[in-house]
Ligand binder design. Structure first.
Ligand code: DGL
Length: 276
């Protein structure tokens, strides 16, 4: 048993989309989350930059008592998982691409034409292709980067024509030319535009790997005998720049609960605290 919180991080608010499934599956677990809203997006940055940001955040979470780390960001999972595991060999750590690959293999067959959408760094890494093909080398996968999605989502530009046009810009030809019937949301921000994608392409099957991420967390904690029983810790959400959208998203997830939101400035090493 281990009542300390699970550490989550992402370049911004995208990783929050993994939280509802976790709460459903493991209601006794507590969360410490870090969204690097001041430096988002990561997906178009150099691998060395993503690595140095990720190390700072992993250090922060470990220093704040996280019992395990969930890299709730495909970009960091694709580029830094090995590095972070080496940095913290005694802290259980999972990325989101392995669970996503498991979900794809469980739910797709060779009859499907599967499109993966993600950031530039995720797609350039070929991590999806590698991890899916390690499990089933016969599945037909196509990939395309959609770098403008994350900045728009962080700005809250979702339910409007700008987002719809951007989706069509990246996805119309991608779907048509490859005759895709399935699309995988290969970025934790993208579940926030799932309903736009569904409306624009109603026959397309959309795979959101976040449920599988929750199963993977449960499996890891069970194996390590680290499931929480009766935790006194609070759920705490940090952001390097406390945007309105970030707070609103937390409100939507925990609307009935008393959640602490903290602002952590990585450069100045100061912490301001606000209560919801
Ligand atoms: N949510 C991150 C991911 O899953 C977005 C990365 C970015 O900031 O570009 O890749």
């Amino acid at each position: 048993m281990d009542n300390r919180p699970i550490g989550f991080f992402d370049s911004g608010l995208g990783g929050l989309t993994c939280i509802p499934n976790l709460i459903k599956l493991l209601p006794k677990e507590k969360i410490i989350y870090f969204g690097d809203t001041a430096r988002t997006p990561y997906g178009s940055k150099a691998a060395s930059t993503i690595k140095s940001f990720s190390r700072q955040i992993a250090d922060f979470l470990v220093n704040h008592d996280a019992k395990m780390i969930v890299i709730a960001c495909n970009t960091v999972s694709a580029t830094c998982l090995t590095d972070l595991r080496q940095r913290y060999p005694n802290v259980p750590m999972i990325g989101v691409i392995q669970p996503a690959a498991e979900r794809i293999v469980k739910t797709c067959s060779t009859m499907n034409k599967i499109g993966i959408i993600g950031t530039k760094a995720t797609i350039a890494s070929s991590a999806y292709k590698q991890q899916v093909h390690d499990l089933n080398c016969e599945l037909e996968l196509y990939e395309t980067p959609c770098p403008a999605f994350v900045p728009l989502i962080e700005e809250g530009i979702i339910q409007n024509d700008i987002m719809d046009l951007t989706i069509k810009y990246y996805m119309d030809d991608f779907i048509l030319e490859n005759r895709l019937d399935t699309i995988v949301l290969g970025c934790t921000h993208y579940p926030l535009i799932r309903s736009n994608i569904k409306r624009l392409y109603p026959t397309l099957r959309i795979i959101n790997p976040s449920e599988e991420v929750a199963y993977s967390i449960k499996r890891t904690l069970k194996e390590e005998n680290m499931l929480a029983e009766d935790s006194d810790f609070e759920n705490v959400f940090y952001a390097s720049d406390l945007s309105e959208n970030f707070v609103n998203m937390i409100d939507r997830i925990f609307y009935a609960e008393d959640v602490k939101v903290k602002f952590k400035n990585l450069e100045l090493e100061t912490v301001e605290e606000t209560q919801k």
